[in-house]
Design a protein around this ligand. Structure first.
Ligand SMILES: Nc1ncnc2c1ncn2[C@@H]1O[C@H](COP(=O)(O)OP(=O)(O)OP(=O)(O)O)[C@@H](O)[C@H]1O
Length: 239
């Protein structure tokens, strides 16, 4: 069983289903990439997994234990950490204060080891950091929560490709340390470079379940999956 096991999940927004019976396996020690055009249902799925929005159907298990009925803070305690879309730092607190929130006053050094760029910015208000530094802070804070599974929603929003590549490298390192990472990312090519398994959502359904290498290496496949032109790569065909 995958470390993070998402089975047959349905999510509704204003009573309309936007995610329809989606199942994903997210294994420990690797990055699983979740792609799809805007509105495909990626954010809704991640929010249902972390408990930000309720599940309308299905189950979510972490390390073999159901977590879909417990409060969001207890999911964090169980080892599931969610980096939300947008800059999820406290802008008026310093970098160090933001990190101390994650550790409850304990050591924050691991975050600076992963992102030496933040070292000289310890006493700077997070709101004054660059966009890239703020995302490093968000990832650093997540790391300090010692996640078993980390779900990440579009770290790259508004960032230059070079910075996105830097962040992807850090995400890959985190996965290598044993974390199960589920990564939603608009910079699909960069995400596929660090991932093992890939899923593509369209209209709230899985239309591709296969390897990142195949998705990156097959000319036109991603494009056709996004646009709905390829019927040969259904989840059944992709297995
Ligand atoms: N808070 C909300 N209230 C109502 N409908 C919503 C809400 N958030 C999202 N939706 C709708 O749910 C569907 C799925 O959106 P969602 O944001 O999950 O997709 P996404 O793949 O993450 O897209 P994006 O990349 O734009 O975030 C869309 O039709 C969207 O309009």
């Amino acid at each position: 069983m995958a470390l993070l096991d998402i089975t047959d999940v349905t999510v509704e927004r204003e009573r309309l289903p936007v995610v329809h019976g989606v199942s994903l396996d997210v294994d420990a020690g690797q990055v699983t990439v979740l792609l799809g055009v805007n509105g495909a249902g990626k954010t809704s799925l991640l929010e249902a997994v972390s408990g930000v929005v309720p599940l309308a159907g299905g189950t979510v298990s972490l390390a073999g234990a159901r977590i879909d009925r417990i409060a969001p803070y207890r999911r964090v305690r169980a080892g599931l950490v969610h980096i939300e879309e947008g800059r999820s730092v406290f802008p008026d607190l310093t970098t160090q204060e933001n990190l101390l929130i994650a550790t409850g006053g304990g050591s924050t050094e691991d975050a600076y080891t992963m992102f030496p760029e933040l070292d000289a910015r310890r006493k700077v208000a997070a709101g004054l950091l660059s966009g890239g530094e703020q995302q490093m802070l968000a990832v650093g804070r997540a790391l300090l929560l010692r996640p078993k599974a980390l779900i990440i929603d579009e770290l790259s929003l508004g960032l230059a490709p070079l910075l996105v590549a830097r962040l992807m490298k850090a995400v890959a390192e985190l996965a290598r340390s044993g974390v199960a990472v589920l990564l939603v990312e608009q910079f699909a090519r960069l995400a596929l470079q660090i991932g093992e398994r890939a899923y593509v959502l369209r209209g709230g359904r899985v239309v591709y379940d296969g390897s990142c290498a195949e998705l990156a290496g097959t000319e036109g496949l991603l494009h056709s999956l996004y646009l709905g032109e390829d019927l040969a790569h259904t989840p059944e065909a992709g297995r």
